[in-house]
Design a protein around this ligand. Structure first.
Ligand code: MG
Length: 298
């Protein structure tokens, strides 16, 4: 990108000291200290203009926050502590130095809230739209990673907040549930967990498939976000339907072996079953819950 060296020079002035960084930046790779005996968890997640945001509508800082927060939400999903991130940015030709700085500042702000430092990256310009990719490194920090595989018949199914209608704005402004995930995992009762990026019906399908179980969701227990109701008034689709399938909620969906109280910031929405298949019940009525929701375009 034009001014790439100005950008690198500016980044050096933005450097924050961290115990994790063993050698101050300036080399081809970042050099990190890693706490002895801790697992290293690694993930990558990207956002693309026209798919995950619209660069004509959303400002650079909020786009930067979103890509970092999606990665932090993946850390929450496995209950690890976010530690460090590296970034790759493909900038549209002519985006300019100030735009790149704003993207960075958005990412840094979101990361810092969860103890995650940006330790390296790469930028380039091309005749396409903005694409941002963040690779995140997490550490286990004394809590075993929670996988999608541990749900057992009889476990309660919980979510950490109201769902649906995130397209009205929350998909850009959500707060990843990193701290809550740690608190929940420390109870030792969480058997499986995922973050709600694709919608409850689809993400619950991931847990059920990988755990070899089924599930029953109680329609009356699903917390419906005000955005889902607002969207329902506009498009005539049932608000519950929005809550079950819109996606990009970035709340946690998890199963627990013991009853958790709502006071813990969670809502029980159903029960894991031995019988396979996912069902939605309302009183005596029961129908199959189709896995609809955000599907990654190929
Ligand atoms: Mg995820």
């Amino acid at each position: 990108m034009p001014g790439e060296f100005d950008f690198i020079e500016w980044l050096c002035t933005q450097h924050r000291a961290s115990d994790l960084v063993a050698v101050p930046q300036g080399d081809d790779l970042a050099v990190l200290n890693w706490p002895a005996g801790e697992l290293l968890l690694v993930g990558v997640d990207q956002v693309l203009d026209g798919v995950h945001f619209d660069a004509k509508i959303h400002d650079a800082q909020s786009i930067g926050r979103k890509v970092m927060n999606r990665n932090l939400s993946d850390c929450a999903a496995v209950a690890c502590l976010p530690a460090a991130a590296v970034v790759a940015a493909a900038l549209p030709l002519g985006a300019g130095l100030d735009y790149a700085k704003e993207l960075y500042l958005g990412m840094r702000e979101a990361g810092e809230k969860c103890g995650c430092v940006i330790v390296g990256g790469d930028t380039g310009s091309w005749p396409g739209k903005l694409a941002l990719s963040v690779t995140i490194l997490g550490r286990s920090g004394g809590v075993g990673p929670i996988t999608r595989k541990g749900a057992r018949a009889g476990d309660g199914i919980y979510v950490t907040g109201p769902l649906g209608g995130s397209i009205l704005g929350r998909h850009m402004t959500f707060e990843p549930r990193v701290q809550l995930a740690r608190t929940l995992a420390q109870t030792g009762q969480i058997t499986a967990m995922i973050d709600l990026s694709d919608g409850l019906s689809r993400d619950l399908g991931h847990i059920c498939r990988q755990s070899g179980v089924g599930a029953v969701i109680d329609a009356e227990k699903v917390p419906i976000h005000a955005d889902a109701k607002a969207l329902s008034l506009r498009d005539g689709r049932d608000a519950l339907n929005h809550a079950l399938s819109d996606g990009e909620d970035y709340e946690l969906l998890f199963t627990a072996s013991d009853e958790l109280s709502n006071a813990q910031g969670v809502v029980r929405v159903g029960t894991i079953t031995q019988e396979s298949g996912i069902w939605l019940t309302r009183g005596a009525e029961r129908k199959r819950l189709e896995a609809v929701g955000w599907q990654h375009a190929m």
